[in-house]
Design a protein around this ligand. Structure first.
Ligand SMILES: Nc1ncnc2c1ncn2[C@@H]1O[C@H](COP(=O)(O)OP(=O)(O)OP(=O)(O)O)[C@@H](O)[C@H]1O
Ligand SMILES: [Mg+2]
Length: 220
């Protein structure tokens, strides 16, 4: 089994704050489906930001497919891993919903236009946004923004997805559609890591739990 992520001796603290991670060592395989859990403020978002290269370790290394992410640009990391932020407003910037969806294809080589358009329509429909193609993402409701962030990341062809609390703000209907999308990722042999406080959502969608406790990270 190939590792997508290998984290070695990771230590991290924000400037002038106490240590959040101390000597963390974990490996994540390419097609694992993982739930990242831990109480509010324990460092879940911090850990995934480190994995996306948005934050840098104080000591230790994070390897993505064998490459130290400190040596990779954010866009190189983004080619391999899709990321849904805890706050969707942070990742929506395009002038329309459709352009936001298309933006994510900038990483994908050999794209077939018809296939891409069909995939975009499929995900926009699944998340109730098909009638909003021309809307300005900023004017959408918070739930719609959350769903757009999800639709745009799910429709892309990344090997691994990291989602920071994707289920908050979704009603039962869209939650079910998210689970359906996660199942198709599994069937395509793609892996993901989901941060969530919702035990029943996690039990349906992940095979393993990773827990943050006492400045460490461990599989439970
Ligand atoms: N930019 C920052 N500067 C300083 N401290 C920060 C910063 N961002 C987060 N923190 C602190 O780091 C700790 C971990 O925060 P983080 O957001 O990673 O937690 P979390 O597990 O994702 O919490 P939640 O479940 O509420 O989303 C918290 O104590 C938080 O206040
Ligand atoms: Mg968080």
């Amino acid at each position: 089994m190939t590792n997508i992520y290998t984290i070695n001796s990771l230590t991290f603290s924000y400037p002038k704050s106490e240590t959040i991670f101390e000597n963390v060592n974990i490996s994540i395989e390419k097609n694992q489906h993982i739930g990242l859990i831990g109480p509010n403020g324990c460092g879940k978002t911090t850990l995934v930001k480190l994995m996306m290269g948005v934050l840098k370790p104080c000591t230790g290394q994070i390897h993505l497919k064998g490459h130290n992410i400190s040596d990779m640009s954010l866009s190189e990391i983004g080619k391999n891993v899709g990321f849904v932020f805890q706050n969707p407003e942070k990742q929506l910037f395009a002038p329309s919903v459709l352009e936001q969806m298309l933006f994510n294809y900038r990483f994908d080589k050999n794209i077939n236009e018809t296939e891409t358009n069909n995939k975009i329509d499929y995900y926009l429909d699944l998340f109730g946004l098909i009638d909003y193609k021309d809307s300005f993402p900023f004017n959408l409701s918070l739930g719609q923004k959350q769903r757009l962030a999800l639709a745009s990341i799910l429709s892309r062809d990344a090997d691994f997805l990291i989602m920071d609390e994707p289920n908050t703000g979704l009603d039962i209907f869209h939650l079910k559609n998210l689970s359906t999308s996660l199942l198709s990722l599994k069937n395509e042999n793609k892996g993901y890591l989901i941060i969530s406080h919702d035990k029943s959502f996690l039990s349906k969608n992940v095979d393993k739990l990773l827990r943050i406790r006492d400045k460490g990270v461990e599989f439970v």
